[in-house]
Design a protein around this ligand. Structure first.
Ligand code: NAD
Length: 461
């Protein structure tokens, strides 16, 4: 049954003594029951993963890739049903809903050859957020499994359903213990982070959670990858066509209603084109239809949960308290569901919450700049460093500015579009390590340096 959900432990689909129902962000209705994992489930999952670990690590990368393809085919076969569940739990409309790591010779001379070999870490816990539950979980699952690790996924308790279902489907493909899922909140996440049987934590979540995980992981010196919050600046130079760039920037701000780690969260526009740019940006924001039904093809929806709804309302209140001008919007809808209309704040001060913090919602501050040195300094004046964009028809200038921005991913003449082949990482408090691309895969393995002296007496090859 597609709408019954289980924790997946070993080869079992487990219900539990306690369960939870998520609130549908569109309608405010309670969704299905999902069991919450207990401490026993956690212990059993780690035991199963450790039991499966050595034989899974012994399979070849090719075998693992084939199994992942089979798994992908099974998910694809059920895509329509899964996207229906995903739309309900995230609030998205239905629209949104191979590499090998061979040994590497790193040095060779007459005396010694040094080979870098890769071995799996063992058991990886993948702790996921609610904004893109499936794409972020499957990125960790694919990287963890293909490199020979066993993976325990913990979805966000705000969006457990699709992840639990996908891991249940995986029971058809992988040996027991290789891929498991435990639903629950911070306690289960903390339990995985402290557990001596878990070798790595890969978290995508907030900076505050990243700090807690780093502290708990330190007790057993676990490997960690932390993909955390951002405050992306988009810098618009005076040599662009303001209207066409404003239309693109609007997508960067409002995709999934701004609930994206690399959403555009601050827009800096050169003073000479500011009025024309703002005019089109307002037009674009006002074209958005809020409260559209789930079948209406839109990348805009409600906030996913009440907590995030309150955070965005707090940003609006802070702007009001400071007497800021709203170029459009500025109102939360009273419900049902968690809808906020697309909002633009016209030149708020740099210390306003909406400029200095992470709004993670459909409210965008637009700011004016005059000199390159000034805008780079203001864009970098944050503890975040996830992404940034630069728009200019002078490519040398765009690149010069981009290279000076303190962020893990920079887009020149585009809004933020992460690609799986590119390493994705946060600088400063936006993360530790990163995922995707070959460098991301390497974060799921130990590198062993094999020093080969063929002649033990003479030390020569
Ligand atoms: P969150 O930090 O509240 O939760 C993320 C996950 O961590 C959840 O599964 C949660 O249950 C778990 N968790 C919470 N406390 C924990 C603890 N003490 N120990 C272990 N696990 C714990 O984040 P969220 O609200 O779900 O997601 C939104 C945040 O995620 C935003 O800040 C956003 O920018 C960030 N994000 C970052 C990226 C990226 O790739 N850098 C991508 C998406 C979202």
């Amino acid at each position: 049954m597609l709408e019954i959900f289980y924790n997946i432990v070993g080869k079992e689909c487990r219900t539990g003594d306690t369960s939870d129902r998520v609130t549908c962000p569109r309608t405010g209705d309670a969704l299905w029951e999902a069991p919450l994992a207990s401490e026993t489930d956690l212990e059993d999952a780690v035991k199963s993963a450790r039991a499966a670990s050595s034989s899974w690590a012994a399979t070849s990368v090719g075998v693992r890739q084939n199994l992942l393809r089979k798994f992908a085919a099974e998910i694809t076969a059920q895509a329509a049903a899964l996207s229906g569940i995903l739309a309900q739990e995230t609030g998205k409309s239905k629209l949104l809903t191979s590499q090998s790591l061979s040994d590497e010779i790193v040095h060779e001379d007459a005396t010694v050859k040094v080979i870098a070999t890769r071995t799996p870490l063992g058991v990886v816990a993948a702790i996921c957020p609610w904004n893109f539950p499936l794409v972020l979980a499957t990125g960790k699952i694919a990287a963890g499994l293909v490199t020979g690790n066993c993976v325990i996924v913990k979805p966000s308790p705000f969006t457990p359903y699709t992840t639990l279902k996908v891991v249940e489907i995986a029971l058809n493909t992988f040996p027991p213990g290789v891929l498991q899922a435990l639903n629950g909140g911070a306690e289960i996440g903390r339990g995985l982070t402290l557990h001596p049987g878990v070798d790595k934590i890969s978290l995508t979540g907030s900076t505050a959670t990243g700090k807690k995980i780093m502290e708990c992981a330190s007790y057993s010196l676990k490997r960690i990858t932390l993909e955390l919050g951002g405050n992306d600046a988009s810098i618009v130079c005076e040599d662009v066509d303001p209207a066409s760039v404003a239309r693109q920037v609007a997508i960067g701000c409002l995709f999934h209603s701004g609930q994206m780690c690399v959403a555009t969260k601050r827009v800096y526009v050169h003073k000479s084109i500011y009025p024309a740019f703002l005019h089109t940006l307002v037009e674009e924001f006002e074209k958005i239809k809020t409260r559209a039904p789930v079948d209406f093809p839109s990348t805009f929806g409600p906030l996913q949960n009440n907590m995030q709804f309150s955070i965005v309302k707090e940003h609006i209140e802070d702007c009001k308290a400071r007497g800021c001008t709203f170029a459009t919007g500025g109102k939360a809808d009273e419900g049902p569901g968690f809808w906020i209309e697309p909002t633009i704040v016209d030149r708020p001060p740099d210390d306003a919450l909406v400029v200095a913090g992470e709004q993670f919602g459909p409210i965008t501050p637009v700011l004016e700049w005059e000199t390159e040195e000034e805008v780079i300094r203001r864009a970098n004046n944050t503890s975040s460093g996830l992404g940034a964009c630069v728009w200019s028809t002078d490519m040398a200038r765009a690149e010069r500015i981009g290279r000076k921005l303190e962020a893990g991913s920079i887009w020149l003449n585009s809004f933020e579009k992460p690609l799986p082949m590119a390493y994705f990482s946060g600088h400063k408090e936006s993360g530790v390590g990163g995922e995707w691309g070959k460098q991301g895969l390497l974060s799921y393995v130990n590198t062993q340096s094999l020093h080969i002296y063929k002649d033990p007496v003479l030390g020569r090859l």
